[in-house]
Design a protein around this ligand. Structure first.
Ligand code: SF4
Length: 359
């Protein structure tokens, strides 16, 4: 079990529910744009938001952003220890630094002291791109693997902080290679009890990022490795939060909202299943009562096999000839027309939710 650290009211590690993180992609100095993106992320289920503090203007903007954010904020700082001190004073909930690029020991000590006084943890974030020159050379010459090199580097950086008496540490070791990322986190899991922030970095555009992150983070999470996650996507930030929440739900680690299962269709299918599945997902995402209800919804191509194949679904639709069959837990309820199918399914889910509440 990892040591728990507190990021305002969010616990990371120690077996706490795994928080989902994302990072703003607007300049921190643009306060209203930053706040509007934080709200979007919060609506998408993000628990922790990181933002860059890369210059004076960003540091100056922090107090106002912190005061207007209901999500704990993490300041991402490279090179300039003074920005880290300012971020602590501005009330951020956590720092992300790489002590190796903050400079000499005195500067790292000042940052650790400020974080300690403010009661905020520090994430040491080592990426494949931020390795020390000697470590990079060792990897290039084949003396060590990238994953092990990143993990050793992170442990060394954590020693620098723990020698200063600072132990509220989270570690991350992200590479764009899935196997190296997995190797790095497995090594940390074996060799320390710090909570681990999981991510595959530079994972690419939506489809590639989802596959890489699901493969890397999924395999680690299923082994009980990982205390908080970010799914990095070149694209809208709220997709990162949504994907993170879905991944945790699909691994049975943290409920989030409805899970829509749909069959791949085959020669038996006589309805426009892809269209109906998209309509069901969109209607559920908009429905105030159901959008955070963790239920299983099935959209199946035929009534012969559909209800049976999706017997674990709370409710579902199975395509017939010009109509749909509404079913629940593998049991047929009634026929519905294509026009009324989506609303009939949603009503069935509302009834199930109400009945469970009354039990
Ligand atoms: S549920 Fe029916 S339509 Fe869908 S794949 Fe199975 S047999 Fe084919």
């Amino acid at each position: 079990m990892t040591r728990p650290v507190k990021i305002k009211d969010v616990i990371v590690g120690g077996g706490a529910p795994i928080p989902v993180q994302s990072m703003l992609n607007v300049p921190t100095s643009q306060v209203s744009a930053a706040i509007s993106q934080i709200r979007k992320l919060e609506r998408a289920g993000c628990d922790l938001v990181r933002l860059t503090v890369n210059d004076e203007a960003a540091a100056e903007a922090l107090p106002e952003i912190v005061s207007k954010s209901s999500v704990p904020l993490i300041a991402d700082i490279h090179f300039d220890y003074r920005l880290a001190l300012k971020a602590c004073a501005a009330g951020v909930a956590k720092l992300r630094i790489n002590p190796g690029n903050i400079g000499d020991g005195k500067r790292v000590a000042l940052v650790a002291a400020a974080a300690g006084e403010a009661g905020i943890p520090i994430r040491i974030g080592v990426n494949s791109g931020s390795l020390r020159e000697d470590v990079r050379k060792a990897v290039l010459s084949g003396k060590t693997s990238l994953g092990i090199a990143m993990a050793r580097h992170a442990l060394k950086e954590s020693e620098a902080l723990s020698k200063l008496g600072f132990r509220d540490i989270v570690l991350s070791v992200k590479a764009s290679s899935v196997p190296e990322t997995v190797r790095a986190y497995e090594f940390l899991h074996e060799n320390c009890d710090y909570p681990l922030h999981l991510g595959v970095t530079e994972a690419g555009r939506l489809e590639d990022a989802l596959i890489k992150s699901a493969a890397g983070l999924g395999s680690l999470l299923l082994k009980g490795i990982g205390d908080t996650i970010r799914i990095s996507i070149t694209g809208p930030v709220e997709k990162e939060a949504e994907a993170g929440r879905k991944l945790l739900q699909f691994l049975n680690l943290r409920p989030y909202g409805p899970e829509v299962v749909s069959c791949p269709t085959c020669g038996r299918t006589k309805v426009k299943l892809e269209k109906i599945a998209a309509e069901v997902s969109a209607a559920l995402a908009k429905d105030k009562e159901l959008k955070r209800y963790p239920c299983k919804v099935a959209v199946m191509g035929c009534a012969v096999n559909g209800p049976g194949e999706a017997a674990s679904a709370d409710a579902g639709l199975a395509g017939g000839d010009g109509c749909f069959l509404l079913f629940s837990k593998g049991r047929s309820l009634r026929k519905v027309s294509p026009e009324e199918a989506v609303q009939a399914l949603l009503q069935e889910l509302r009834d199930i939710k109400k009945a469970k509440r009354l039990k």
